[in-house]
Design a protein around this ligand. Structure first.
Ligand code: PMP
Length: 421
């Protein structure tokens, strides 16, 4: 923090120092997965070399050390997102975390979980609300839950830029709404949702809120407790951490009342041949052996992000996003998706290139050493609404520089000419 600009930390990321197709790599795909600084790689390796053991059960020294480090990582992640450690459950990824919530509500709807779980049970005709801009990970689990319970899935429509407003949400929410699931930051449009207002709308009808924080937790200060959402999900690999690890946040009282959808070892107190009692959160949502070295690495990653300064990272990304937006806006034949000038946009820009398929555009950029994402970005309904099957997405993180953006913009200006347009 202080006088160091986030991009000065670029040298901490070994992967970025390479050439691709004869050009210095310009990595503009951090919204898909982020690169890891050496300290995160080292933290995981050092754990594996010195302290790796099964956590929570062993009577031996290594097991105790591993447990301490594993739980320390949980505390670090909890602090990072403004939560308590027992409100953070490890999952395989954000998709898994969202499924865990849906499974738990489905389990309660089948009458499991006793008295305390009854309030989560869905009845035919109850309503679940999402937006038309959701990532498939925050759409399909709710489709499945609706299909299994007879609940109805409703959605907040987006406009021709892929945006929605709180008034449109209000128009969809009714007394029957039991849950509202929405992305904090869209992985396609870069729109930032009005979280506090959504929470107020949900509270007015007694609905639960589920925040998909995949594109916010890595990039902006996040205080989940203060925001008041009931549940949230995010992935370690988008925030300088490893793959195979996601985070489920839930208000403690809710997590403890929900019946786990997945059961087995490490999540029980007493088991007989016909019954089991479950541990409180977070263990009740952590059946089986956990991704221990990965959690340790995520602990190191949030330490690194905190040292870099999350507000400084956000400022840096806003500046790069504005440069991306302005530069792309001035290129003929590009259609930019998402918030216009003057409206907050997270560190990404998706666009359509008239007359050129997104995959061809992506290949052209790759031939210049530039890594972007092409396709529907796991948001087919959104693309359908925009009249597109695919788009090109450039996304930035703390290690990207003005130079990265300028190299990309120059190449982007060459896409249509290259294809003879
Ligand atoms: N939601 C959003 C908004 C995302 O960007 C992503 C990752 N592309 C996910 C959910 C799913 O994350 P994961 O694949 O790590 O589970």
């Amino acid at each position: 923090s202080g006088t160091t600009s986030p991009a000065d930390l670029r040298a901490d990321f070994p992967l970025l120092d390479q050439t691709v197709n004869g050009h210095p790599l310009v990595y503009l795909d951090s919204a898909a997965t982020a690169q890891r600084p050496q300290v995160v790689l080292d933290a995981e390796l050092e754990f594996l070399e010195k302290r790796n053991a099964a956590v929570h059960r062993g009577a031996h020294t290594l097991a105790a050390e591993a447990t301490e480090e594993f739980e320390g990582a949980r505390e670090a992640v909890a602090r990072f997102v403004g939560a308590r450690a027992d409100e953070i459950a490890w999952q395989s990824n954000a998709t898994d975390a969202l499924n865990t919530i849906a499974f738990a509500i489905g389990t309660a709807s089948r009458g499991r979980g006793g008295e305390g779980a009854r309030r989560f049970a869905l009845q035919p005709g109850d309503e679940l609300v999402v937006t038309e801009a959701e990532h498939h990970a925050n759409l399909i689990p709710w489709q499945e839950l609706a299909a299994q319970t007879g609940a109805v899935l409703r959605y907040v429509p987006v406009d021709e830029d892929g945006l929605w407003t709180i008034d449109e949400l209000r128009a969809v929410v009714t007394e029957k709404t039991r849950l509202i699931a929405f992305a904090h930051v869209s992985n396609v449009t870069g729109m930032v949702a009005p979280v506090a207002e959504v929470v107020r709308v949900a509270a007015s009808v007694g609905a639960l809120t589920v925040l998909d924080a995949c594109q916010s937790a890595p990039h902006r200060p996040l205080e989940l407790g203060a925001l008041g959402v009931d549940f949230a999900a995010f992935s370690a690999h988008k925030m300088l951490g490893p793959t195979g690890l996601g985070v489920l946040y839930g208000k403690r009282e809710l997590l403890n009342a929900l019946p786990p959808g997945r059961t087995g070892g490490s999540m029980i107190t007493t088991v007989t041949m016909d019954h089991a009692e479950f541990l409180p959160a977070p263990q009740r949502f952590e059946a089986g052996t956990q991704p221990v070295s990965q959690a340790v690495a995520l602990g190191a990653a949030v330490g690194y992000l905190t040292d870099a300064g999350v507000p400084a990272i956000l400022d840096h990304e806003h500046a790069l996003a504005a440069r991306l937006y302005d530069g792309l806006s001035s290129i003929p034949g590009l259609r930019l998706i998402g918030p216009g000038a003057g409206v907050e946009r997270a560190g990404l820009v998706s666009f359509d290139v008239a007359g050129v398929h997104a995959h061809d555009a992506g290949q052209y950029l790759d031939s210049r050493g530039i890594a972007v994402r092409v396709g529907h970005h796991c948001a087919q309904p959104l693309h359908r609404r925009l009249g597109l099957t695919a788009s090109v997405r450039a996304s930035v993180y703390l290690y990207n520089t003005v130079d990265d953006v300028d190299v990309f913009l120059e190449a982007a200006a060459g896409i249509r000419p290259y294809f003879g347009l």
